[in-house]
Design a protein around this ligand. Sequence first.
Ligand code: GRF
Length: 187
Amino acid sequence: KNIAVFASGNGSNFQAILDATRSGELNATIQLLVCDRQNAYCIQRAEEANIPSFVFTAKQYESKEHYEAEVISHLKELNVEFIILAGYMRLIGPTILDAFPGKIVNIHPSFLPLFPGKDAIGQALLANVESTGVTVHYVDEGMDTGPIIAQEKIIIDKDETKESLEKKVHDIEHVLYVDTLKKLFNQ
Ligand code: GRF
């Protein structure tokens, strides 16, 4: 499968997917990294792995429709079949949704539908709940609302800190995302 990964930040999930494609564990090729932040570390990761990236600044475009149309033209040129969101901090608009129906997947650091949106890990800690989790889901027009594909629970310990919980979440994300994509691509 030809895939594109969209990311805005560190890119540890991008890296986990990339490593799995290179080791042969995941039957996919990352054709492009799409990133909306000029200084994001994920861009460096792509460079080091010789993966082309399309980096854009949203406010330099007239509208979301305009930059999404440009993204789509790159994806079509590279025969991309699936879009994998990995810490991409923008809502996907109707232009991309219509061009890739049922082919856009996201990972979110909570047990959805609980704690959608930004800082889901902080939200869970603040809510004093006993567990949170990680969810892989299809993307629709809402914020973290599409059909759920896979989920895993994470217990929040009594002495949990934001840092310790973030580490647990990321460790699980990297395994769950690769496993879920494996199943998806073998269909
Ligand atoms: C992950 O926690 C993911 O669930 C969320 O954004 C974070 C991205 O982390 N959507 P990274 O950039 O992959 O390290």
